[in-house]
Design a protein around this ligand. Structure first.
Ligand SMILES: [Fe+2]
Length: 236
């Protein structure tokens, strides 16, 4: 195991202790990176089954809980935003779900070339250090709409802060005022300032908390064959 800032690296081999991974995920401050992970769906799913409970992805029901994040078009349109080449600003996945999965696993099967398609992260811990008591209070109090849900960017759960933010969803389902737009833009730049960028290699699997960290990615060339496999899951 090697710890470098937000990143904790392991080799995926027979010496890997699953309990270590689970306890690191429970603490939730770090991104866990496993090197030399096999590229098959079977291995990915069985690994996640060992550490948590995966969430069914109905977009991809033939393959159960695994979703292929790659550029894919149908009639000249991207199948979904996840299948586009666009950059994604820092966000929480499934912000509009009744219950938001607390973990995400991303397996790099084919990286994008050069500096494209890099993964970005921002840890709640780092954000909290930058905020005054008043700002924290405002982020807890002000609610944003995610389809049928109304949520604060910060919530307190059993005495601990949790994070939920997805500007694209907020702006797709409700009209925001100019003042709110400004507020969101200020937040976006604060998040970006505290973020780190990571280039995953083929066979690297990252695991991270969806409720204690925001994630995003940089733009990809439209013809790229970048392929990441994703499983969203819960640990207790
Ligand atoms: Fe995402």
């Amino acid at each position: 195991m090697e710890v470098l800032g937000l990143l904790t690296r392991y080799k995926f081999d027979k010496n890997l202790v699953y309990e270590d991974i689970i306890s690191k995920l429970k603490i939730g401050t770090n991104i866990i990176l496993l090197e030399d992970f096999p590229l098959s769906d079977y291995d990915f799913q069985s690994f996640i089954n060992h550490i948590g409970t995966s969430v069914f992805e109905n977009k991809n029901n033939d393959r159960h809980d695994i979703y292929d994040v790659k550029i894919s078009k149908q009639n000249d349109l991207f199948r979904s935003i996840a299948n586009s080449n666009l950059s994604f600003p820092l966000h929480t996945d499934c912000a509009d779900f009744d219950v938001i999965p607390n973990c995400i696993g991303l397996l790099c099967v084919e990286p994008a070339i050069q500096k494209q398609g890099n993964s970005t992260f921002m840890a709640l811990n780092d954000l909290l250090k930058q905020l005054s008591k008043k700002q924290i209070h405002e982020l807890v109090e002000k609610k944003w709409r995610y389809r049928n849900q109304s949520r604060g960017i910060l919530t307190i759960d059993s005495g601990k802060y949790k994070l939920c933010y997805d500007r694209i969803t907020i702006e797709s389902f409700s009209k925001t005022t100019d003042k709110e737009k400004e507020q969101l833009s200020r937040l976006d730049s604060l998040f970006k300032k505290n973020s780190l960028e990571l280039k995953l290699k083929k066979g690297e699997l990252i695991l991270f908390r969806n409720d204690l960290m925001l994630h995003g990615r940089t733009e990809i060339d439209i013809n790229s064959n970048r392929l990441f496999k994703r499983i969203r899951f819960n640990i207790n």
